[in-house]
Design a protein around this ligand. Structure first.
Ligand SMILES: Nc1ncnc2c1ncn2[C@@H]1O[C@H](COP(=O)(O)OP(=O)(O)O)[C@@H](O)[C@H]1O
Ligand SMILES: [Mg+2]
Length: 274
């Protein structure tokens, strides 16, 4: 029987997406579906294809083959419409360094043609939540990486996008800001019809935040489900419940590699050098 969620239209749908960079196959038939209300985590090691998939969803890059729909739209055919429905936080912040956060937010509000009063209210609430006020008039160039990250996150939320897409969003954020940011993600997913897709290589982030996790390895999803569903597929040596780390290493066949590295390290540390 179909649940209510099944009958709603997906916010993101990707079918058999391939992406080649010359001879490098970054995506090898990736499929996923993100429904309204979901916080979907793309979890995988460096080089797995996370950023490549995210750029295709946002319309910044085109797939070599396969289909992608964002709220029913093809990002290749409707790039501007898709961009207006997405809040995007890239892996590395791309900001106008000579502007202050205040100027930059004003710029975003005008480019997106938003109602100034509503947007400014929203910006100042977010700035207060993230503790950004004291940097509000400093050139972005002088801000720390974490503070720049906060500016990018606030800018991505100004137009109240139905879909938030975040590439490694916790990079550079201090503990307090990550906590606030986690709240932002949860609140976003609770608004009707909205969803969040984010990538991370940090298991705790995925474990605590996502309603569903897709484990991506070598350009495709090798397992998908809630934490409990993912755990159920793995037996631990101790007979207890598998941690996400164990699930992850098992699925990506990196258990042997990790064991091998640990052995080599132990040997290196135990070999006398004098
Ligand atoms: N613009 C590019 N040109 C060539 N190779 C790329 C490019 N972008 C990504 N790749 C390659 O595609 C693979 C996936 O990269 P990426 O999507 O950035 O991985 P992740 O974000 O999971 O770390 C890697 O092998 C990477 O080197
Ligand atoms: Mg990446």
């Amino acid at each position: 029987m179909e649940s209510a969620a099944d009958m709603k239209a997906p916010v993101v749908e990707a079918k058999d997406v391939h992406k080649n960079f010359g001879t490098v196959q970054a995506l090898a038939g990736l499929s996923l579906k993100v429904m309204p209300g979901e916080i979907y985590g793309l979890l995988g090691p460096n080089g797995a294809g996370k950023s490549t998939m995210i750029k295709i969803i946002t319309g910044l890059s085109e797939q070599s083959s396969g289909e992608v729909r964002v709220l029913g739209l093809d990002p290749r055919e409707s790039p501007l419409e898709v961009k207006s429905k997405i809040g995007y936080v890239p892996e590395t912040t791309m900001l106008y360094e000579s502007l202050s956060p205040r100027d930059f937010f004003e710029f975003v509000v005008s480019v997106r043609k938003l109602d100034k009063k509503t947007a400014n209210d929203r910006v100042s609430k977010l700035a207060t939540a993230f503790g950004l006020e004291e940097y509000y008039d400093s050139p972005i160039a002088t801000l720390s990486m974490g503070t720049k990250q906060k500016v990018t996150i606030i800018a991505s939320l100004i137009h109240e996008p139905p879909l938030l897409v975040l590439d490694e969003p916790m990079n550079g954020l201090d503990a307090k800001s990550s906590r606030i940011f986690k709240d932002v993600i949860s609140l976003q997913s609770q608004r009707p019809g909205r969803a969040v897709v984010f990538s991370t290589h940090i298991m705790e982030v995925a474990e605590h935040l996502c309603t569903r996790i897709g484990i991506i390895y070598k350009g495709s999803i090798v397992a998908e489900g809630s934490m409990d569903q993912l755990r159920a597929g793995v037996t631990t040596s101790g007979g207890g419940q598998a941690t996400l780390e164990e699930v992850f290493l098992h699925l990506t066949h990196e258990e042997e590699e990790v064991a091998e590295t640990s052995r080599a390290l132990r040997e290196a540390f135990s070999t006398p050098t004098v």
